[in-house]
Ligand binder design. Structure first.
Ligand code: BES
Ligand code: MN
Ligand code: ZN
Length: 489
């Protein structure tokens, strides 16, 4: 588990700035005003900062953008990074500024002179989120990351507001590490072990093995993993930080550690990307980590279905009929539509066991959602407007793209099977919606529910504001905020 960069928070001490090696970042507002330490940097550099502010370059800078003055005379630093940030800036801009500083610093020591900047903690959060790389499998010895010191007027206050944000960063890092990890390392067993380790931070964790899943009647989930040597598992993580007796919110994640498609095998090109098909389970795990680390005053239970979808002599065949825990039978037309088979049993189990106040499932479920929404928005499907709107607000506040999609009887009708209660696919048209309709059949009428199809946002091929290429950690920030808005307010 990679830990986010640990920051030191220090009061402003003007003399330290001149001698700092590495980089020094300062904040300038829209009117070109700096605080006392910024002015000190300006004097040390014989007015270089002021010249930037008076030049058209500053005028052209957007909120949160950074301009670097390299090898400044009069200072020991390699660069002065000038951040433009209004006192009325949005938190996204403050985070983007922090993220730019993280990229610019590489491994160098950074002194972030935040002075009395209103958003010091948000700048630090953006910095922490972007200061991530997945290098576990690079053998070349890695140069250690330098330190980050946040120099500010009220270090204790800034450190206190940054603490819960650093819990979010650590949860998102767990999600990213899980998603980036290749499938020969992150087997179902390894995944379960990493979740059990979270007992250290106060989660209650239980692993259900194949025998127990069979006893529960999870025929849909089990058929997906039956072609793999890796044992299928369901892991239940409980965080009881709220009133005892209050029903929890349930988070359910698709954890297909590798999706070959099974007998309906996928084409070779790009199949390696299916190491990220446990993304839903990764977001559930990271969110649970965040809630535990910040001691959320809420009851939340996270359940993940961990399986590997492989072709073999034991694999489920197209045309097979399986029985779900709910009792409904499913004709497996396409073994590559496996995520819904995993989720339907875990969702049913979550409702039977926990009677949750609401249920949110997350899954890299369909290629169709990537066609529809690209990599900017997850697909949001829901049977409950208040819960759905609360989630959309939380996602928007955190800058995580989320777009509501429709549900309806006509889509559900496409799942009719000649020989069983339903088929596992509804055809090419509206593929993400028919997948959601399949899941909806396993949601009890009185259970507020959201399905998040994160196939397009869980892992991406170009960097985002807060993450390098690869796993983004999408959803940890939004779900954490939803829990705090909905259950802790
Ligand atoms: N894991 C895939 C969906 C996926 C595609 C995730 C691209 C991430 C990126 C899922 O199990 C799948 O194979 N879905 C099929 C469903 C189809 C057979 C109805 C798909 O989207 O093609
Ligand atoms: Mn598949
Ligand atoms: Zn899949």
């Amino acid at each position: 588990m990679r830990k986010p960069t640990q920051f030191t928070y220090q009061p402003v001490e003007i003399d330290l700035i001149a001698d700092h090696k590495g980089r020094v970042a300062i904040c300038v507002d829209d009117e070109g005003r700096m605080d006392v330490s910024g002015r000190r940097v300006n004097r040390l550099t014989k007015g270089a900062v002021a010249r930037l502010i008076e030049s058209p370059k500053f005028e052209a800078m957007k909120q949160g953008q950074v301009f670097s003055l390299n090898l400044p005379a009069g200072m020991a630093a390699d660069a002065v990074d000038v951040v433009r940030l209004s006192r009325r800036a949005k938190i996204d801009d403050a985070r983007a500024a922090g993220a730019s500083l993280a990229k610019l610093r590489g491994n160098a020591d950074l002194m972030l002179v935040a002075g009395n900047a209103k958003y010091a903690a948000q700048i630090a959060f953006g910095l922490a989120m972007r200061d991530y790389s997945f290098v576990d499998h690079k053998t070349a010895s890695e140069t250690a990351k330098g330190a980050v010191t946040v120099v500010c007027g009220k270090p204790d206050e800034v450190a206190a507001s940054a603490a819960p944000l650093m819990a979010v960063a650590e949860g998102a890092f767990m999600t990213r590490d899980l998603i980036n990890e290749p499938a020969n390392i992150l087997t179902t067993t390894e995944f379960a072990n990493r979740l059990v380790e979270m007992e250290n931070i106060g989660l209650k964790v239980q692993v259900l093995d194949e025998e127990e899943l069979a006893t529960l009647g999870m025929g849909a989930l089990l058929c997906v993993g039956q072609g793999s040597d890796a044992p299928s598992k369901v892991v239940v993580m409980e965080w009881n930080g709220g009133n005892s007796g209050d029903a929890p919110l349930a988070l359910v994640g698709k954890g297909v550690v590798f999706d070959t498609g099974g007998i309906s095998i996928k084409p070779a090109a790009g199949m390696e990307d299916m190491t990220m098909d446990m993304g839903g389970a990764g977001v559930v795990a990271g969110t649970m980590r965040t809630l535990a680390l910040r001691g959320a005053k809420a009851n939340v239970v996270g359940l993940v279905g961990l399986v590997e979808n492989m072709p073999s002599g034991n694999a489920v065949r197209p045309g097979d009929v399986v029985t779900s825990m709910k009792g409904d039978t499913v004709e497996v037309i396409n073994t590559d539509a496996e995520g819904r088979l995993v989720l339907c049993d875990v969702m049913w189990y979550a409702q039977e066991r926990f009677k949750p106040v609401g249920m949110i499932d997350l899954a890299t479920l369909t290629g169709a959602i990537v066609v529809g929404l690209g990599h900017e928005n997850a697909g949001v499907f829901s049977n409950n407007d208040p819960l759905c709107n609360a989630f959309l607000r939380a996602a928007s506040a955190e800058g995580e793209g989320a777009w509501r999609m429709p549900l309806g009887q006509a889509y559900d009708d496409l799942l009719k099977s000649r020989i069983a209660d339903m088929k596992n696919i509804g055809g090419r048209a509206g593929g993400s919606i028919t997948a959601a309709q399949f899941l909806k059949r396993f949601v009890k009428d009185d259970c507020p529910w959201i399905h998040l199809d994160i196939a397009g946002v869980a892992s991406v091929k170009s960097e985002t504001t807060l993450a390098p290429t690869g796993a983004t950690g999408w959803g940890v920030m939004a779900l954490n905020r939803l829990v705090s808005d909905m259950l802790e307010a």
